[in-house]
Design a protein around this ligand. Structure first.
Ligand code: ZN
Length: 151
């Protein structure tokens, strides 16, 4: 079991956070953004940045190469729909996509929106870590970050 501190300060103990969220055991603050047969999308539960969406598989797998053909095509389709909603609903012009396999949890893709305020943390991918740390420490009071509109 791992202990995880959520964006609202609450601590939870889970074996796999992705399983817990996709299975409805942990309810993310921003709620579910979208759900398909194979994937679950939600506002990130740790970093309170509006429109920071995590797309996770429902199956407990680690790598892209473990996805079935149907999961792969559903993944691209779902990712594009969320991207469209980020653009149309939240006006997000640029998004960074990040996915790592050496996670204690399972397959999930980060869709990190790039906002103007992030430029002071650097250009491009180098700014991602300081931006996330800033969000975790400084942005927790903003209640609007909890709101993610459904596509
Ligand atoms: Zn899992």
């Amino acid at each position: 079991m791992r202990e995880i501190t959520l964006s609202d300060g609450k601590k939870i103990k889970v074996e796999c956070l992705s399983c817990a969220i996709a299975g409805g055991i942990v309810e993310p603050d921003g709620g579910k953004v979208m759900e398909t047969e194979f994937f679950h999308a939600h506002q990130d539960v740790i970093y309170p940045i509006r429109g920071l969406v995590i797309l996770t598989s429902k199956r407990h797998v680690k790598g892209f190469d473990e996805l079935t053909e149907r999961e792969k095509s559903n993944y691209i389709d779902t990712l594009s729909k969320i991207r469209k909603a980020q653009r149309n609903v939240l006006g997000i012009e640029n998004v960074y996509y990040f996915y790592n396999e050496d996670t204690p949890h399972h397959f999930h893709t980060w869709m990190i929106p790039r906002y103007d305020w992030m430029t002071r943390f650097g250009r491009s991918v180098e700014s991602v870590k300081p931006v996330l740390q800033h969000a975790r420490v400084k942005l927790n009071h903003e209640k609007n970050v909890q709101k993610v509109k459904k596509p």
